[in-house]
Design a binder for this molecule. Structure first.
Ligand code: GRF
Length: 192
C-alpha cells in the first residue's frame, strides 16, 4: 500500500473493456487506486484505453512473464497490493501467485467448472456454450492458483440464453454481467 490506498494492477491481453470499466468504477474511490495496466500484447486496445484514462502501462513478453525480473520490479515500483486479470490470456507463473496469495482474481465468461481450462477463452467459450445448447451461461470470478480457471470461486452470476441467441449474443449478455458485477466484487475482495 502507498499512503492509505490499496494499489491494484490490471493485466489484460486484448480489448480491455472490463479494464476500463473497472478503472472508471474506482476513479473516486477513497480506498482503491489503479496506477497500472499491464499487457503481453503490444498492439492491444487496452493500452490505448490506458493512455486515454491517464494510467501508466507496461508491455511484457511471455518470456519476461515467466522469467519474472521485469514484472517483479514494476509491481514493486508501483507498490501493487492486488492484481486483477481482465481478459488476460497467459498463465500466471507460480512466483506471482506466491507473491500475491489470494490477491489475484480473474473473471471467466462462463459458469465454471463448465467451459474452463486451456483454450477456453473469449469467443471459444461462447461458441461452446451455444453448441452445447445451454439454457444459461454467466460469469465466474475466482482466485487464481496454479491451474487454469481452477482457483476458488468467489462469485457467479447467471443469464438466460434463448435458442435464437448466437454466440455473439451470448457474449453481449455475459459482458453486461461482467460490467455489472466485476468492479464491485473486486472492491469487496481487495478491501477485505
Ligand atoms: C471477457 O469476457 C472476460 O471474461 C474474458 O475475456 C473477455 C475480455 O473482454 N476473460 P475485454 O477485453 O474486457 O473487453
Amino acid at each position: 500500500m502507498t499512503g492509505d490506498k490499496i494499489n491494484i494492477a490490471i493485466f489484460a491481453s486484448g480489448n480491455g473493456s472490463n479494464a476500463e470499466n473497472i478503472v472508471r468504477y474506482f476513479e473516486n474511490d477513497p480506498q482503491i487506486n489503479i496506477p497500472l495496466i499491464l499487457s503481453n500484447k503490444a498492439g492491444a486496445f487496452v493500452l490505448q484505453r490506458a493512455k486515454n484514462l491517464g494510467i501508466d502501462s507496461v508491455v511484457f513478453s511471455a518470456v519476461e512473464l515467466k522469467e519474472g525480473d521485469k514484472i517483479r520490479k514494476v509491481l514493486q515500483e508501483y507498490a501493487i497490493d492486488f492484481i486483477v486479470l481482465a481478459g488476460f490470456l497467459l498463465k500466471i507463473p507460480d512466483y506471482l501467485i506466491a507473491m500475491y496469495p489470494q490477491k489475484i482474481v480473474n473473471i471467466h465468461p462462463a459458469l465454471l467448472p463448465k467451459y474452463g481450462g486451456k483454450g477456453m477463452y473469449g469467443d471459444h467459450v461462447h461458441k461452446a456454450v451455444k453448441a452445447a445448447g445451454e439454457k444459461e451461461s454467466g460469469i465466474t470470478i475466482h482466485y487464481v492458483n496454479e491451474v487454469y480457471d481452477a482457483g476458488q470461486i468467489i462469485f457467479q452470476a447467471k443469464v438466460q440464453i434463448s435458442p435464437e441467441d448466437s454466440a455473439d449474443d451470448i457474449a453481449v449478455k455475459v459482458h453486461a454481467l461482467e460490467y455489472e458485477h466485476f468492479p464491485r466484487v473486486i472492491g469487496e475482495i481487495a478491501k477485505s
